[in-house]
Write a protein that binds this ligand. Structure first.
Ligand SMILES: [Zn+2]
Length: 673
């Protein structure tokens, strides 16, 4: 029997034939795909014909087609539904894939062809997109070490392979620590918890085949527990377990891994002639330099810290009134903040949540995409990789646009957080290839027969990831290299964070936020209180985020710290971090930074993008309509369909006319005094 991963996919929309795929097929499929890719690369590099755009760059774009297809399936499954077999294979593949990637970028004959094209670029009669892709290939090769020789060249390959191994271990250790820890909650321990937390704890026990209620370290369970449980002793236990992920000692400890990763990154940057990894990394981002990043973060830090300090005083007073003396601790913040929210905004998550049904919020995100971009969504009945995953066909004016997969519920086999990825990205070279986007979240799964309810944060996450999915699905470029979300990291959060704004449009809530039992729309006064509380606790949120971003930046500037934990402590102490707030992600579980290279020296990206998303939504407000068709069209033309066809600032300028300052962001976070 042929391996279904390697066969042509004759399924509807050429979806991966999930029902035919089993784990034993991945290893041979990767072997075959790598062999084919190597043969294609050699053919391109060693051909007798002199270099042309078609026989070199366009050919490279298609050289790894099969490998992309197999990887698309495997890495999505490894993240969303890992098994011991998949984890073992992932460990196996990490050095192999890194070695292959080095082989390509270190192929001297291939690089010579690219360099030759680059030198003749003005005479090649390239269109704008071809010119851009040539430029990006050359940049990618040089930054990967193609221009190095001798020992430096070999060392670069070794460093990259080792980094791939380390980041895989980092991810797997984190998942293991998250899976490992649970805390049974007896009847007394449930006191004060709202129904939805109790239901989620019951569902978590059910999933693990246990009776009763179980607290896990899934953010969608542990955060509400910290918000609502009056049991300070249990909050402390849960909080300490949550922040200890990756630092529990023993085989899954990530601290030494983090140190080695930082040292290797620094070495990698120096091999290429950069002073630091941050200089290397930021060169191709919008920010360009560490100084520009620090400047933005510190401009927001000061007002945020001031706000957080004021809030800490209020929460401490509330705690003392409860008869608990001493300092406010990290496991107290969310609990007293929730009480204060109830008192000041009369906003009770327990009352709010039934209005935020998962299915209705999915419907709301689809509805916004329909009104903005004319997209339509039709549920598909197709085999997927897990029974909780769902798929829709996305069309416009009857024409196929994409397939969208949503995989929303937390489970032990899924890594934490929420993300958007794709099984296939859009391109036009080699046929009109339409994308398959996937959103993966970790919302608490309801017990059998109960509706799935979201917190306001969850609903924002859903809109956020769907914004990324739109960037994937509306992509309209020729080359895969610049398709969809293949843009600067500090620009990639613009479509996602911008889309969150539509959740806050009153008419969207009126239409979609309906009570799970009564189907009544959210009462107007509850809606208004919810929106008025939009900036609530942003001192806390901003401080925990910026602290993480500054530690990430400092890690990658200059010599790598031998002891990242001590270094982290120094950075935080220099910042005068409020005692009751910790980093949003501390080093041993800072997956953004250590699970791969994506957000290393790049965690600031969310805030960089936020400067733009706050300003971009103002474009709709200025037009007087959150669904203004002219502005929506400009957004699609210059940003959502454009991928990386130009530098990010050029895309943004084309959409908006000028670059924004930091004020809309401060206003959006309620930090403008
Ligand atoms: Zn995002």
């Amino acid at each position: 029997m042929t391996n279904p991963l390697l066969a042509q996919w004759t399924t509807e929309f050429a979806l991966p034939p999930f029902d035919l795929i089993d784990d034993s097929q991945f290893a041979p499929a990767f072997d075959a795909a790598l062999t084919e890719a190597r043969a294609n690369i050699s053919r391109i590099a060693d051909q007798a014909d002199s270099p042309s755009f078609a026989n070199t760059i366009a050919a490279l774009e298609l050289a790894e087609e099969l490998l992309d297809r197999v990887s698309g399936v495997f890495y999505n499954l490894a993240g969303a539904d890992s098994t011991p077999e998949r984890e073992a294979l992932q460990r196996d593949l990490a050095p192999k894939m890194a070695a292959f990637s080095s082989e390509v970028t270190m192929n001297a004959a291939l690089f010579a062809r690219i360099e030759d094209l680059w030198q003749r670029r003005e005479n090649l009669d390239l269109n704008a997109e071809e010119f851009r892709v040539l430029e990006l290939y050359r940049r990618m090769f040089i930054r990967a070490g193609a221009a190095l020789d001798g020992a430096a060249r070999n060392r670069m390959s070794a460093v990259k392979e080792r980094l791939a191994v380390l980041s895989t271990s980092f991810t797997q250790n984190l998942l293991a620590d998250e899976r490992e820890w649970t805390m049974p909650l007896g009847a007394d321990d449930l006191a004060g918890l709202p129904d939805f937390v109790i239901a989620a704890a019951r569902a978590a026990a059910e999933e693990r085949g246990q009776e009763g209620h179980l607290l896990t370290l899934s953010r969608s369970l542990v955060v509400p527990f910290l918000q609502f449980s009056p049991r300070r002793d249990l909050r402390e236990l849960a909080y300490e377990a949550w922040v200890a992920r990756g630092a529990t000692g023993g085989k899954t400890d990530n601290r030494a891994i983090a140190a080695e990763i930082l040292a290797l990154r620094q070495e990698r940057a120096q091999l290429l002639g950069y002073a630091s990894f941050a200089d290397y990394k930021l060169e191709t981002e919008m920010a360009k330099t560490p100084a520009a990043v620090r400047d933005l973060l510190m401009r927001v830090w000061s007002p945020a810290k001031k706000k957080a300090d004021q809030d800490a005083e209020i929460l401490t007073r509330m705690m003392h009134e409860d008869g608990i003396n001493g300092d406010l601790e990290a496991w107290d913040w969310r609990y007293y903040s929730e009480k204060r929210r109830l008192a000041e905004h009369d906003l009770d998550e327990n009352i709010l949540k039934p209005y935020l049904q998962l299915d209705a919020m999915i419907g709301a995100s689809f509805d916004c995409a329909a009104r903005l971009f004319g997209l339509e969504f039709r549920p598909l009945d197709v085999p997927l990789y897990h029974k909780d995953a769902r798929a829709w066909e996305v069309t416009r004016n009857g024409k196929h646009v994409a397939v969208f997969i949503g995989d929303y519920f937390a489970r032990a086999s899924k890594r934490s957080g929420a993300w958007c990825s794709s099984f296939r990205s859009q391109r036009k070279i080699g046929g009109d290839v339409r994308p398959i986007a996937v959103n993966v979240c970790n919302f608490a799964k309801p017990a059998k027969g109960e509706p799935a309810l979201l917190s306001w944060d969850d609903a924002r996450t859903l809109f956020h990831e769907f914004g990324h999915a739109l960037h994937v699905m509306l992509s309209d470029v020729t080359f895969g290299m610049i398709s969809g979300t293949s843009v600067a990291r500090d620009f990639v959060e613009l479509p996602s964070q911008l889309f969150e704004h539509w959740l806050e449009v009153p008419e969207v809530l009126d239409r979609h936020a309906r009570h799970a039992r009564t189907c009544e729309p959210m009462p107007a006064d509850l809606r208004d209180r919810l929106l008025a509380a939009g900036t609530y606790d942003q001192g806390f949120g901003t401080v925990e985020y910026i602290a993480s971003a500054l530690v990430d930046l400092a890690f990658h500037e200059g010599a790598a710290p031998a002891d990242p934990m001590a270094f982290q402590a120094t950075v935080l102490s220099e910042l005068d971090m409020p005692k009751a707030i910790r980093m949003r992600h501390a080093t041993p579980h800072f997956a953004h930074v250590f699970a791969g290279d994506g957000y290393s020296a790049g965690y600031y990206s969310y805030m960089w993008s936020e400067v733009m998303d706050a300003d971009a939504f103002e474009a709709f407000e200025e037009a007087g309509d959150p669904f203004d068709p002219v502005t929506a069209q400009k957004l699609e033309t210059h940003i959502l369909s454009a991928g990386g066809c130009q530098e990010a600032d050029a895309l943004y300028l084309a959409f908006r006319g000028s670059m924004p300052g930091v004020e809309p962001l401060l206003k959006g976070r309620g930090l403008l005094s």
